[in-house]
Design a protein around this ligand. Structure first.
Ligand code: FES
Ligand code: FES
Length: 166
């Protein structure tokens, strides 16, 4: 057993876990943050994506101990109270989901994609081909990706406006 200390969605937490415990299981089973999903056991589907120190990671692919000391954000931590994150709002407005199983991971990956492109100074001008390529680690079995890509492109614009207003 080891003690793992994390900041999750802004709150300090400490959990005692077996050394083999994956980060996704700490989030879901110990912290009850079940918005992070498990869709495979092969690191392929991306349903489990969270942010660790601001970067997208597949939480099924990381031991909890590897995350010790880091700051983790899950899908539960991105809205501001009742106000959805611009990426969540764009998924809703563009019908970027059907069953919703992949959606938390899609959204966490998509935020990382947009943030990286904004910080590279590309002005948020993500194109469709880039979004499709960047999302290759996230699998959706429902939507055929078209509306997901539309949502990400829409959110890129919204996040740029939100950033400029800060
Ligand atoms: S559950 Fe993590 S990649 Fe599928
Ligand atoms: S919306 Fe159902 S798996 Fe993506």
């Amino acid at each position: 057993m080891s003690t793992v200390k994390l900041t999750v969605n802004g709150k300090a937490v400490s959990v005692d876990v077996e050394d083999r415990t994956l980060l996704v299981h700490v989030l879901r089973d110990h912290l009850n943050l079940t918005g992070t999903h498990v869709g495979c056991d092969t690191s392929q589907c991306g349903a489990c994506v969270v942010h660790m120190d601001g970067k997208a990671v597949k939480s099924c692919t990381m031991l909890a101990g590897q995350a010790d000391g880091s700051s983790v954000t899950t899908i539960e931590g991105i809205a501001k109270g009742d106000e959805l994150h611009p990426m969540q709002a764009a998924f809703r407005d563009n019908h970027g989901l059907q069953c919703g199983y992949c959606t938390p991971g899609m959204i966490m990956s998509a935020i990382d994609i947009v943030q990286r492109h904004h910080s590279q100074g590309s002005g948020g001008q993500l194109d469709e081909a880039t979004v499709r390529q960047e999302l290759e680690g996230n699998i959706c079995r429902c939507t055929g990706y078209h509306n997901i890509v539309k949502a990400v492109l829409d959110a890129a614009g919204r996040m740029k406006v939100a950033q400029a207003a800060e």
